[in-house]
Design a protein around this ligand. Structure first.
Ligand code: SAM
Ligand code: SF4
Length: 330
């Protein structure tokens, strides 16, 4: 067993999020620029063997949970093979997906020990879905969430709440969880990334969300863990839960245990940290990449990749230096 990855704040990093691709079958407005998005050439992407090798290395360094993400992880032709391989070596494997292709992967997911998935859905209205994602997959997405629940998976629905876009649907999403013990909804504060037209005024804050849900429901907090990104609640008498990922106004950096690997093999120690370390090039040369990993985590900032706040004057310019969300891996 190699040494664990511990940063200067004593945080042990045990959760690896691997982006399989920056490509996607949707075009969500909050995730990617609407024009001029330059996707990575295929040869830049980590190959299945490289992903399996890196995942194994991180597991040796103490990683207990791996999440596959993207872009849309399931647009990769070898996604099933990668899921199967990582299922064998990761103590816990999961995915974040838009669920459009999920029906084609159920046997591999079960065999790999995946029991819970995060699925993005930002609206329960077909026209809005089209406006947000620029694609016509609304019915399929809803049907596939149902399919996952019927097949016994836990589904965590991720909704990015944006003022004036879908904030009037928050309580409809809460209502969906009432009778479904395996359905959990997480409201995500809109975060700034390159080219996503972020503006502080579009954020529906943690406090706003609590106030909104309180108008219709009575609810209690659900105990969580120090690493959790979502503060969770259960409506009195409800089966599932709702949670709030308040990255901007209610950060959870204190318990951060997350490591990110982009589809082109760059290590990021925070979603918002623009400094990256290339693991893929030295790996392809046959170098030992372990020292690069340990050193990079010694430079990890306490919060938000070292940005003073999301309201600082330079905030927008700072986040424009980062990648697009779709190219980081959410
Ligand atoms: N394609 C998959 C999906 O949509 O679930 C995985 C990748 S996506 C980048 C991962 C998560 O990031 C999704 O839940 C998405 O809603 C979230 N996300 C993307 N852009 C965001 C933003 N600007 N602010 C908050 N969450 C965002
Ligand atoms: Fe694709 Fe997911 Fe980004 Fe939407 S949020 S564009 S589904 S990667």
């Amino acid at each position: 067993m190699a040494l664990p990855i511990v940063d200067t704040f004593g945080r042990k990093h045990t959760y690896l999020r691997i982006s399989l691709t920056d490509k996607c079958n949707l075009r969500c407005t909050y995730c990617m620029p609407q024009e001029d998005m330059q996707f990575m050439p295929t040869k830049w992407l980590m190959q299945a063997d490289e992903i399996a090798y890196l995942a194994g290395l991180f597991v040796e360094m103490g990683v207990e949970k791996i999440r596959l993400t993207g872009g849309e992880p399931l647009v990769r032709k070898d996604a099933g093979d990668i899921i199967s391989r990582l299922g064998k070596l990761a103590p816990s494997l999961t995915l974040t997906t838009n669920a459009v292709y999920i029906d084609q992967f159920l046997p591999q997911l079960k065999e790999a020990g995946v029991t819970s998935l995060n699925v993005s859905l930002d609206t329960l209205k077909e026209e809005r879905f089209q406006a947000i994602t620029k694609r016509d997959h609304f019915t399929k997405t809803l049907n596939h969430i149902r399919l996952l629940l019927d097949e016994g998976f836990v589904v965590k629905v991720n909704m990015v709440v944006m003022r004036g876009t879908n904030d009037d649907e928050v309580n409809d999403f809460v209502r969906m969880t009432l009778a479904e013990p395996n359905l959990h909804v997480r409201f995500i504060e809109f975060m700034p990334f390159k080219g996503n037209q972020w503006d502080l005024s579009k954020i529906v804050s943690y406090a706003d969300l609590i106030a909104n849900v309180s108008q219709e429901f009575e609810f209690q907090p659900v105990a969580g863990e120090v690493h959790d990104t979502a503060r969770r609640f259960r409506v009195n008498g409800g089966a599932g839960t709702f949670g709030i990922i308040g990255t901007v106004t209610h950060p959870f950096c204190e318990g951060c245990n997350r490591i990110r690997l982009t589809a082109d093999g760059k290590l990021k120690n925070c979603l918002f940290d623009t400094s990256e370390v290339d693991l893929l090039t030295p790996l392809r040369k046959g170098d030992d990449i372990r020292p690069l990993i340990y050193t990079h985590f010694q430079k990890k900032h306490f919060a938000h990749g070292g940005h003073a706040s999301f309201t600082e004057r330079q905030a927008k310019a700072d986040y424009e230096q980062n990648r697009e969300m779709i190219a980081i891996g959410g």
